[in-house]
Design a protein. Sequence first.
Lengths: 265, 265
Amino acid sequence: MPREITAFSNPLIKRVRNLRDKKHRREEGLFLAEGLRILTEAREAGRLPQYLFFAADMAGHALVKALVTATEAAGGEAIETNADILSKLSGKDNPGAVVGVYPEFAVQLEALDRSSAAIWLVAERLRDPGNLGTILRTADAVGAGGLILVDECVDPFSVEAVRASMGALFTVPVVRASWAEFRDWLREGPGQLVGLSLDTKSDYRAARYAAPTFLLTGNEAQGMPDYMAAECDLLVKIPMLGKADSLNAAVATAVMAYEVLNQSR
Amino acid sequence: MPREITAFSNPLIKRVRNLRDKKHRREEGLFLAEGLRILTEAREAGRLPQYLFFAADMAGHALVKALVTATEAAGGEAIETNADILSKLSGKDNPGAVVGVYPEFAVQLEALDRSSAAIWLVAERLRDPGNLGTILRTADAVGAGGLILVDECVDPFSVEAVRASMGALFTVPVVRASWAEFRDWLREGPGQLVGLSLDTKSDYRAARYAAPTFLLTGNEAQGMPDYMAAECDLLVKIPMLGKADSLNAAVATAVMAYEVLNQSR
């Protein structure tokens, strides 16, 4: 049976709210996700929360019930609460019906099977959590094998990244690795490393991609360093007709990823 | 000569900071933009701030000097200040060298020349300011004639939208119109209205686009209403191989816009 929490002063509320900070996520090994759609996506992927907070007035909703049942069956705790508490936990004025607290998970490079997908996304020093989440959502859509975060990227378990991923964080493998680790692993087997660049004449549409293709997107402000560009098997650019010299990183990744997908369809 | 403001209590600082709220923007008819790159883009497009705040230790930078000179020549005021004030104005811990306060501008549908571009972007009830700014940035890149915001969209002059646009707000015409106004204007001349939809079998890559193409992107959560889909000359979908049923709105718009551009190259 779910217990009930309606007091802001409850220590668990404070603890969960603190998971909005990276420091506390690291200490606890836990992160936050919110919304019926995302938590259901997680459940269907076999990920269940350690704590599930749900709005009392939504307790009868079939998807809420399914989440409560699955959470308790997996040894987690379901906690009935109200909109004010959910709003405090999620940081949104209009919170969804549910907030879940999940154990962080990590995938290692060695666990990836590169032959399982034609496209893999790679991002280096990605700074914006919204971009990270959006790239994960795109990775899901193009059937990418996973997202490899190279060097110091923003935390994929931040509230903003999880939100922007719309649940893809739970379904797309995310690996964190240094550039050297990634490069060494990549070169142990087949794989075309394709870099998005402004310093090339190769049009992304004219280039030919070979599976498995590893699409490398550089840092939002600086692009990728020269030594990464030098390691790429192919550098391509997306044409830009306007006054600006670059696209948003998540947009550029998606335009490229769909071209790779279209060539393999 | 620039005057100097270093006191948080200065009434102009409070007034400018209030422009982060839509209510104050509407009352003043002013909005905020920040960063040397964006303000320089604006200057090159002929847009100059009413107030230009710049960091004293950056006063010698060529682009800052050019902004100060152009602002004063156009009758605006340049104000020398410090990082703390700039941080307060921009809401960022690491503010750029400059913050500008600009008069809002509006473009009417009737002022658009549809024959001037092959692609036009249209978004209905867009909710996220980051998506709006990112779509503007894409509009610039694909050489779109403008962005038409249909019905109640997020404010294009919000700090987040201006930031995500990376200056494209100053170079890409943005029009706000009701659905009826847009539809009536569209049907007065040539133009193929193409809607992004999940309820069609037409693959976006197999479809053929005719200039001028008006790409309609629906609301992030709900997509477009049936009566808008019914008005479209063509509905197309972007294939999705994963578990999620939709892409981020700015990503979907960009994938579509590049396909239209590629067909015309």
